[in-house]
Design a protein around this ligand. Structure first.
Ligand SMILES: [Zn+2]
Length: 99
């Protein structure tokens, strides 16, 4: 069984899910969308945040992305993640809209 790395926001401590720890268990730090907006207002949700989100999501297995997509798809606060997940699933030929 692969070990999981818990991801938490380094600014507010909010849990941001988990990722494959590549054999290592522990905690990894990221930044959540709210803190990013708060601490980097000049960036104003630019390409760089979307790219960081995308790079992180690309490391996730397809099944995890499909589950996340189902969970998040109606959450307007998570639009950046939803768009990124849709794109990655589409690239992998796994974008399936469950009805
Ligand atoms: Zn945060």
């Amino acid at each position: 069984m692969s070990k999981k790395m818990q991801v938490v926001c380094a600014w507010c401590g909010k849990p941001m899910g988990e990722k494959d720890g590549k054999g290592v268990e522990g905690v990894s730090h990221g930044i959540c969308e709210e803190c990013y907006k708060k601490h980097f207002p000049a960036m104003d949700m630019p390409e760089s945040y979307a790219l960081a989100v995308r790079a992180e999501l690309r490391m996730q297995p397809t099944e995890k992305l499909q589950d996340d997509y189902e969970t998040l798809k109606h959450d307007t606060e998570k639009a950046t993640q939803i768009i990124a997940i849709r794109e990655i699933l589409w690239e992998r030929g796994k974008l399936v809209e469950r009805r």
